[in-house]
Design a protein around this ligand. Structure first.
Ligand code: GLC
Length: 735
């Protein structure tokens, strides 16, 4: 793209913004001191110091101290002038040099056979024309946003050159898929889509292993596979955050395979009509990433890609204003680095260094990584922890408007280079913060978002046997424009945080802290009458807050009933599990099953024996897939057969009945009994009454009118006035 390079204004900005100066003893000493007192206080010995604790002791999980703040705001803090360690010239490499540097490092089938390699001149011209048209469609807005954020024409020109480079590199097959998907529109909204998320090692050992197991994936009716993080991370699992601490965005973790294996798997998936989703962890890198290693060595250019702080005042302000992500397993927002005598921002774990998106070099390079991965054949890119990517002192550093600018730019960059791909935003925030990530219909951001509040509210309903809150949450979602596509799930690889509408709950007499306590007691199985099993995650002694971990089956009571050998309880637990899946499939959007849920896999407590995992209770629901259990799928009466075949039937109905189409009108219906959830779908003159009994008692429900209905599960058609529903059961009645 021909953009006249301008003097690189941001070279100065980047360096100025870099609170680099690696040696400043006094601040460092304060940091160390605070780290020590933080640890003590976290252990409950020194409450007042505990409140002050803000940074993480480097490489440990103990509480620590400091906080800092981001660049421009922190211009007050440190190095304004480039030091020997922060060479100005390096901050913004010239377009050509950068283009070379950004070229894919690892060969793969998709990348090594770029469309351009085998093209005739005419074909090349046609491809160039497509690129030019797409770029023209977005150029002005993209440039406007880029300049607003970075005011750097050189870097924008480089970005445009690189988009063309990745477009040229994109394989003919992927370009054809792009064209098909552009023509089809929102392909990911089709009601025959069914997703599954899985860890490669847990499921099949390696990427090649997954490819060998694709028949099973298809047996589950799955045509969207989310492979949990597989890029290179530190081998020590206590420093990898389940793969979310990436040390190389262009290399697969060696024990899982190679980029070639990945591209091969993607190719095979596409042949079978399966799309692949991967995580793009854009908020941070591992401390082992080359940038972090060079920053730790004091190279200014690389320090400017993260947030370094020496000023305790800034750290304190940050601590005051920004909520903690992992208050127990990784308290604080900063980690002290003795080598530099400074703190680096680490909002998640101390080994996950927050990237500085105020530096255009970071934005550009991360976009090149994104395009590189898209070119390996990825269809859905899950943008991890995206609300956190922009930091500004004096705010809570979540969902800032610059985050939306970046996501909007990412959407346009995708539409220019690889329009077949989908951006899935991981926005685990209050509903009011989630929806803006769709952008607007004219200026969209993410294609899909997690339906996180609905998920948490669903489990709240299970514990309370009261559907009122869920109804109001579903009404809010159903009232959104239909273009807004949600990913629906009962649970994922993370803990369940109780992000509920406490305004409404407290009006009903349920205050936040005791209510969370009730939910955690219920799901841990300590509340009277609870059949759930699981463990707390990040129980915060200061706020009294805690999140919850456990598999769907264990939360439904399958683990407890199995342990106690209680067949009647097992029947109820299995019914509850199936009902919840039916409820998930009733909603519009993309349903995702967590690998193992299709056979009712229960909690795996073996993580406690592994010192690298023991501190993170999320591993309780990340156990290895039990292939032995799949042998029971065909054996009538087994737990696995009962769940697997019921889900298969639900999936089949959802795929073939037009009433489940994305265009249907969906609403909830008021019903006199608050333990009954009633969802209505209307399309093509038909009406589906989906009714769910969230109670321990059998119920008789009255249909709105006596009329001929087809029970989609049994296939019988009859005039229906009332329906008898066992506890925790559901009906799908089509009128
Ligand atoms: C996301 C992931 C979570 C991870 C965090 C930090 O929230 O889902 O597993 O710990 O990002 O990368």
């Amino acid at each position: 793209m021909a953009e006249t390079p301008k003097p690189a204004a941001s070279q100065e900005t980047v360096v100025t913004d870099t609170p680099a100066a690696p040696k400043a003893k006094p601040a460092a000493k304060r940091a160390a001191t605070r780290a020590a007192s933080g640890s003590a206080s976290a252990a409950g010995k020194e409450p007042s110091a505990a409140k002050k604790a803000t940074s993480k002791a480097a490489g440990t999980k103990t509480a620590a101290t400091k906080k800092t703040t981001p660049r421009a705001d922190s211009a007050t803090s440190t190095a304004k002038k480039p030091t020997a360690a922060t060479p100005k010239a390096k901050a913004a490499p010239k377009p050509k040099a950068a283009a070379k540097k950004a070229a894919p490092k690892t060969a793969s089938p998709a990348a090594t056979k770029p469309a351009s390699a085998r093209m005739t001149k005419a074909q090349k011209e046609a491809a160039d024309k497509i690129f030019a048209e797409r770029l023209a469609r977005h150029h002005d807005e993209l440039r406007w946003l880029y300049m607003e954020l970075y005011d750097n024409g050189d870097m924008f020109a480089e970005l445009c050159d690189q988009m063309k480079h990745f477009f040229d590199e994109r394989s003919t097959k992927l370009k054809e898929l792009d064209a098909q998907r552009e023509a089809a529109g929102a392909w990911y909204r089709a009601s025959d889509m069914l997703g599954m998320q899985m860890y490669i090692d847990n499921f099949a050992g390696t990427i090649k292993g997954v490819e060998e197991k694709l028949d099973y994936v298809q047996q589950c009716n799955v045509n969207y596979l989310h492979l949990m993080p597989f890029l290179d991370t530190p081998a020590d699992k206590s420093r990898s955050d389940g793969g979310y601490a990436v040390s190389d965005f262009r290399r697969v973790k060696p024990e899982l395979g190679t980029m070639d294996d990945l591209a091969h798997l993607a190719d095979e998936c596409h042949e079978r009509g399966i799309s692949l989703c991967m995580d793009f962890v854009m908020n941070h890198t591992s401390e082992d990433h080359e940038w972090a290693r060079r920053a730790r060595a004091g190279e200014g250019e690389y320090m400017s890609r993260y947030f370094f702080v020496k000023d305790q005042g800034i750290i304190d302000r940050y601590t005051r204003d920004v909520p903690q992500v992992f208050p127990t397993t990784a308290p604080g927002h900063f980690t002290y680095l003795p080598e530099l005598d400074q703190c680096v921002m680490t909002q998640f774990y101390p080994y996950q260094w927050d990237l500085n998106y105020r530096n255009p070099r970071v934005f550009n390079e991360m976009m090149y990584n994104f395009l590189f991965l898209a070119n390996q054949g990825m269809d859905i890119i899950r943008i991890d922890a995206v609300p956190y990517i922009w930091k500004q002192l004096g705010t809570n550093c979540r969902n800032l408007k610059q985050v939306h600018t970046i996501v909007r730019m990412m959407r346009m960059i995708g539409e220019i280079v690889c329009p077949g791909i989908v951006l899935l935003g991981e926005v685990v925030m209050a509903p009011v913060e989630v929806v803006p990530y769709f952008g607007t219909v004219e200026k969209p951001e993410c294609h899909m978002l997690y339906n996180v509040t609905t998920m948490a509210t669903t489990w709240n309903t299970v514990a309370c046997r009261d559907t009122r809150l869920l109804r109001s949450q579903l009404d809010a979602v159903f009232g959104l424009p239909r273009e807004y596509t949600f990913l629906n799930y009962l649970r994922c690889h993370d803990d369940i945080g109780w992000g509920l509408d406490y305004g409404t709950l407290s009006a009903w007499g349920m205050a936040e802290v005791p209510h969370k306590q009730f939910l955690n007691d219920y799901f841990c199985g300590v509340a009277p009458g609870s059949v759930s099993r699981g463990e707390l995650y990040n129980a915060d002694p200061v706020t009294g807050d805690a999140r919850f971990c456990g598999t769907t089956a264990s939360m439904c009571g399958i683990e407890a009933a199995g342990f106690e050998g209680d067949e009647a309880a097992m029947d109820v637990a299995i019914r509850k599990d199936i009902m919840l899946h039916a409820y998930m499939f009733t909603q519009s959007g993309l349903p995702i099953i967590y690998s193992g849920d299709e056979i009712g896999q229960v909690n795996d407590y073996s993580y406690k024996e592994d010192p690298e995992k023991a501190a993170d209770s999320r591993y309780i629901h990340r156990g290895a897939f039990d292939w032995g259990l799949t042998e029971n799928i065909e054996k009538p009466g087994t737990i696995q057969q009962r769940i697997f075949s019921a889900l298969a039937q639900l999936e089949d109905i959802r795929r073939t009945e037009a009433i489940f189409g994305a265009e249907a009108e969906v609403c909830t219906k008021d019903y006199s009994d608050t333990s009954i959830l009633w969802i209505v779908r209307r399309a093509g003159g038909r009406e589906l009454h989906a009714v769910f009994n969230f109670s321990d008692d059998a119920k008789t429900v009255w249909m709105p009118e006596t009329a001929t209905h087809t029970d989609l599960m049994s296939g019988t058609t009859a005039e229906v006035t009332t329906v008898d529903m066992p506890s925790w059961s559901f009906i799908w009645m089509l009128k």
